[in-house]
Design a protein around this ligand. Structure first.
Ligand SMILES: Nc1ncnc2c1ncn2[C@@H]1O[C@H](COP(=O)(O)OP(=O)(O)OP(=O)(O)O)[C@@H](O)[C@H]1O
Length: 615
């Protein structure tokens, strides 16, 4: 990267690398943690690279997302010296050979723990929860018994394990790895000799048992060395290491620069967070930005389960629009709006029913996650092919139409039935097919469109989807407990019966073509102008309460969980702004909230505006 400003924290890291001393770099938002990580890796390459390679050793760099893996690999020039992977794939790659130990971990530790937690939920009574927990425990006990001679374990890139088939899901890979790192010194020794340098990016999001195991590996001075980079205040998912520390005799390093945010935004970050005092640095230090808080009087929710009705949601959005207009930010492309929940975004963009369906009773938490990622089996053909095709056709982009079809469509793929046609003929055929699809789109149900796409051989249909399409709709009334394993059928039936109208705005949101994002979805991002919208009515009450977090004297004290989760999420959101930050808080008592915020010194008088309902 050009014009990198050297920092004291990076010098301390370099010193640790020379001494073989483990370390943990704690750095606030915008500090350039990725830059520090890359310079550490480059330092190791320069000083120790050739001797490591001679001894068949490599450098491990564990990061959080597949996207980060790609970025780091590229920045290192795809050098074989480095093993850059996500945590799960790194761990599985190293432990997959230890089949006997995996078996021991599962039978002695992992499955018994699952059984224990199911038994804890069973009070011996006849409630549905107790019965379901009992059944789960019995099923697991049966599986555990049948495992006696199972030998081959594989990692199944999914949320759940299937023990009887020898498949481990995400969580259990972590649990097994934690056991091996903690209990099996041979495993630890081999890991340390294969990777004398192990770096962990986003360490706050690593699992506690893994940090504990790595800390044992990297303890003392000399190799192997473990280096963490992270920020405890940016741990926004539950059950992660959060407050990580270096291995024994390792060095804690604090990086105080903020290269991203204007001094005004850094001012708020420093008032909000007291463990690291950041210094505006580099080019950002010379920028003139701004921070403003708008307190909007919130309506009392009148919808089911203390939520807004659609009309109330619209009125809240209108208030937001007024505020945006008052800043002169309406319809600007350089403004990003961050919401806690998607329902508000879905209402605004026009996919509210779709969003409700995939967050409602018929959706498992996995179904919801997949929907949020645009990768649920029911929506996948629309997101991967049908909508991109229609858009490309509307834009007259024939090249893209053909590329999409070649990559995704059974009829037009390289080994498909039309593969030997001339390009002209392909274009003609595809145009006919897409025109048919477009004509059907406006007046048909989702199911009709899917069946047509299947008939035309346009979209590759996942097996689960084909099964749903070919069965009759479920006729019995849905029972939450009775049908908990089959609720996907009701989800599919309801989805198939919808019109296609909401799919297009959902596609735009998923493709990041709108100014909206969720607060959880913006980790690691940076935007010039940010509006953070806090509306507790829209939040899950037990998890987040931003009124209690920011104005406890006015609204009441948050629970420990609300406090901890809320302040980290708020910090992540505030710190995305490079230039200007706006915070919109819906509060039942704007005047009192204003007084409290001023007394806390988070904002100055001119930075807080109040909008009351009568306005
Ligand atoms: N040493 C440096 N000199 C100048 N600019 C830097 C330096 N390090 C990082 N930057 C710039 O600062 C910005 C923030 O860096 P980066 O996104 O890596 O921070 P981060 O610590 O990962 O932040 P966060 O934890 O908030 O996601 C980027 O625009 C990056 O290019």
């Amino acid at each position: 990267m050009p014009n990198l400003i050297p920092t004291q924290a990076d010098q301390q890291v370099a010193q640790c690398l020379e001494e073989g001393r483990s370390f943990a770099m704690i750095a606030g938002a915008g500090a350039g943690k990725t830059t520090s990580l890359i310079s550490a890796l480059e330092h190791v390459r320069k000083e120790f690279g050739s001797s490591l390679l001679k001894q068949g050793q490599r450098v491990a760099c564990i990061t959080y997302t597949k996207r980060a893996v790609a970025v780091i690999r590229e920045r290192l020039g795809f050098d074989e010296l480095f093993e850059v992977s996500t945590l799960h794939s790194f761990l599985w790659g190293e432990m997959g050979r230890f089949q006997v130990d995996i078996h021991e971990a599962l039978t002695h530790f992992v499955i018994p723990k699952h059984i224990e937690s199911a038994r804890d939920k069973d009070n011996g009574g006849a409630s549905k929860t107790a019965i379901a927990a009992r059944q789960k425990a019995e099923k697991l006990e049966g599986e555990l018994e049948a495992l006696a001679d199972a030998s081959a374990w594989a990692y199944d890139d999914s949320n759940f394990s299937n023990f009887s088939e020898g498949l481990l899901g995400h969580d259990d890979v972590i649990a097994v790895a934690g056991y091996l790192l903690g209990e099996k010194s041979v495993f630890r020794r081999i890991l340390g000799s294969r990777y004398p340098f192990i770096f962990v990016d986003e360490a706050q999001d690593t699992f506690v048992s893994i940090v504990e195991g790595l800390n044992e590996l990297g303890a003392g001075v000399g190799l192997p060395l473990v280096g963490y980079f992270g920020d405890p205040w940016q741990q926004i998912y539950d059950g992660r290491a959060g407050d990580f520390s270096p291995p024994e005799e390792g060095l804690s390093i604090t990086k105080t620069e903020n290269f991203r945010c204007s001094p005004q935004v850094v001012g708020l970050l420093n008032a909000f967070r007291t463990d690291v005092e950041q210094v505006p640095s580099g080019k950002a230090a010379d920028i003139e930005g701004s921070v403003e808080m708008v307190l909007v009087e919130a309506e009392t929710p009148e919808g089911p389960r203390r939520t807004y009705t659609s009309e109330q949601r619209d009125r809240a959005l209108q208030k937001m629009d007024q505020a945006i207009e008052s800043w002169g930010w309406t319809a600007r492309e350089d403004v990003t709006l961050l919401f806690l929940v998607r329902q508000m975004i879905a209402r605004r963009l026009g996919f509210e029913q779709l969003n409700s369906l995939f967050t409602g009773d018929f959706a498992s938490s996995r179904a919801q996650d997949d929907f949020e990622a645009g990768d649920h089996v029911l929506v996948r053909p629309f997101i991967k092919l049908i909508l991109p095709l229609i858009r490309a056709q509307q834009d007259g982009d024939q090249r893209r139409v053909i590329d999409l079809l070649r990559a995704n469509s059974p009829s037009f793929s390289a080994d498909g039935p039309n593969s030997n046609l001339s390009l002209g003929k392909m274009i003609e055929l595809s145009r006919n097919a897409i025109e048919k699809l477009e004509a059907t789109w406006a007046s048909s149900t989702v199911k009709e469109v899917l069946l047509l796409a299947q008939d035309l051989g346009l979209a590759r249909m996942p097996n689960r989807l084909v099964e749903h399409l070919s069965r009759d709709p479920r006729s019995e009334a849905f029972d939450k407990e009775l049908h908990s394993q089959e609720k996907g059928d009701w989800l599919a039936d309801a989805f198939f019966a919808m019109s296609t109208e909401e799919l297009s705005p959902y596609f735009d949101f998923i493709s990041e073509n709108t100014p909206f994002s969720t607060q959880h979805g913006v980790k690691g991002e940076e935007y010039p102008n940010v509006v953070v919208v806090f509306d507790d009515v829209e939040a899950r009450w037990s998890h987040y309460n931003f009124n209690k977090l920011l104005t406890p004297r006015t609204i009441g004290e948050p629970t420990e969980g609300q406090f901890d989760r809320g302040r980290k999420l708020a910090y992540v959101c505030f710190s995305r702004a490079e230039l200007n930050l706006r915070i919109l808080l819906f509060t039942p008592s704007p005047a009192d909230a204003r007084a409290e915020l001023l007394s806390k010194g988070l904002f100055e008088d001119g930075q807080i505006k109040v909008v009351s309902l009568a306005a």
